[in-house]
Write a protein of this length. Structure first.
Lengths: 279, 213
């Protein structure tokens, strides 16, 4: 997800650092960004010069000190409060006091992340939708301690990136995941109970409701492991039975069926390209 | 175009195949029998299924098992064109039971495929596929607005932009009928007893208003 967000920022003209400790992951992300922008040029959405300039604006790094010059940091690490909290604390030591920290979390409390960061007034939620390079919506949520001026500045930056921010409250799942996680779980339970095959469920939802993707296609795109994390995070707070992780999902992840990223989930896939980079 | 030749018989008004239209072109000897209308299930004892490749019985919210018990090699299936309020969609949900023959399922797909409908096959459960997924989501959306998570307009916009759904849940409910949603959701709650299927406050009130006249 981080590469998609970096692409959005770079495409809009921002000098962008793409930070990851894993050098291979950084290389893959750079390749994905390059492929996506090349395809955008082929489709006439960007000129060749604009595409090359956007690629050049992305600096891939594994050195956190390079982020010291950033005015906005969007973190998109593992959906775990300890992992995110540790990163935000590190960034707090590296970045000037004016740097705004945005979390791409889709389930965790912004107020709690702010408290862990050391600068709660400068932390807010900025949840991009998958795939970020194609989807305009960003759910923006202030925490209890977020400075309104900081929130306004981040909102403007979001708009300058060409995105469409929508204000949501700091509640579990905000708006999107509150609805989509249990809906996806319900669809997985239909498979689990043998009510219908994944393709039948997805076909029914697309034809009956006009959705662009069926729920199981969406889970494959997001990742079955991510669906587990989202479900666990929501269930841990809400105890809503619909958010409880279906056992089938755990079995599939145990078998390495994580969705598109491993080539097998509820469907089988060949090739690995950034969504929207082909076709 | 379907390869199946279909005979269509009506037993009352049909929501899936209204009599005002011609649905199946008659070609040669029919191999598929479609029983349409609100009385289709009760009419099933009048037909001899073994004369047909498959017999398709129109359903509303009820299960096929109400009219036909499960048996190995059965060629009787249920069907319902999915509707939201008065709006018919291109989806037809076809209901099979344990033991239904694959040949009968294939014949059902073939028959409805000829109408350029999307066919989704599922087992004989209340709500089939779409209502089972949709109704808890719609109840939760109404509850979220009641709880102040977002305004109805912002909630719809977020879902339309974030998930590329053609319509947010509140707009969908207002267009297709809150009372109709309450009726379907209540039927599912009666079947499953799950709290997420209890019609949400606003839908429940809409249904009560229709009863008050």
């Amino acid at each position: 997800m981080g590469s998609g967000i970096a692409l959005v920022a770079a495409r809009a003209g921002f000098e962008t650092f793409l930070y990851d400790l894993d050098g291979d992951a950084l290389e893959r992300a750079r390749g994905d960004i390059r492929s996506f922008l090349a395809r955008s040029v082929e489709k006439g959405r960007l000129t060749a010069e604009e595409g090359e300039a956007a690629v050049a604006r992305v600096v891939a790094t594994s050195d956190v000190d390079e982020l010291a010059s950033a005015s906005l940091v969007v973190e998109a690490v593992f959906e775990d409060p300890d992992v995110k909290g540790e990163l935000l604390r590190t960034l707090h030591d590296v970045c000037p006091a004016t740097t705004i920290f945005a979390s791409n979390t889709s389930t965790l409390s912004i107020t709690e992340l702010g408290a862990r960061s050391g600068r709660p007034t400068h932390v807010l939620g900025m949840h991009f939708c998958l795939p970020a390079q194609l989807m305009k919506l960003v759910e923006m949520s202030p925490g209890l301690e977020t400075d309104p001026d900081v929130f306004r500045t981040a909102w403007e930056l979001c708009e300058q990136m060409g995105q469409r921010p929508v204000r949501t409250q700091d509640r579990p799942g905000f708006v999107l995941n509150r609805f989509v996680v249990p809906l996806n779980n319900d669809a997985i339970r239909l498979v689990e109970r043998g009510v219908a095959e994944p393709a039948e469920i997805d076909r029914a939802v697309k034809a009956g409701l006009g959705y662009p993707l069926g729920p199981l296609e969406l889970v494959d795109l997001v990742g079955l492991d991510t669906q587990i994390l989202l479900a666990e995070a929501l269930y841990g707070i809400t105890h809503d039975p619909r958010t409880a992780c279906p056992p089938l999902l755990r079995r599939m992840v145990a078998a390495g069926r994580l969705g598109r990223k491993t080539g097998r989930g509820f469907y089988e896939y060949s090739g690995r390209t950034m969504f929207g980079a082909s076709g | 175009m379907t390869g199946a030749s279909v005979k269509l018989r009506y037993f009352g008004p049909s929501a899936s195949l209204p009599e005002t239209q011609t649905w199946f072109a008659e070609r040669g000897a029919a191999t598929v029998l479609v029983l349409a209308g609100t009385g289709a299930g009760r009419a099933l004892p009048q037909v001899e299924p073994s004369r047909w490749t498959c017999v398709l019985v129109e359903l509303t919210t009820e299960c096929l098992g109400l009219y036909h018990d499960e048996r190995e090699g059965s060629n009787v299936l249920g069907f319902a064109r999915f509707r939201l309020g008065d709006d018919a969609t291109s989806l037809v949900e076809v209901v099979r039971q344990r033991g239904t023959s694959e040949a009968a399922v294939a014949a059902a797909r073939d028959a409805f495929g000829g109408l350029d409908w999307e066919v989704a096959v599922c087992t004989d459960v209340s709500g089939r596929i779409v209502d089972r997924l949709l109704r808890p989501y719609l109840n939760d959306a109404l509850t979220a607005v009641d709880e102040g998570l977002a305004s109805a307009a912002d909630l719809d916009l977020t879902i339309e932009l974030g998930l590329s759904y053609p319509e947010g849940p509140i707009r969908l409910l207002e267009r297709t009928g809150l009372a109709d949603h309450a009726l379907v959701s209540r039927a599912l709650f009666d079947a499953y007893g799950e709290p997420s299927l209890v019609p949400a406050r606003r839908a429940r009130l809409a249904l009560e208003r229709t009863r008050l006249g």
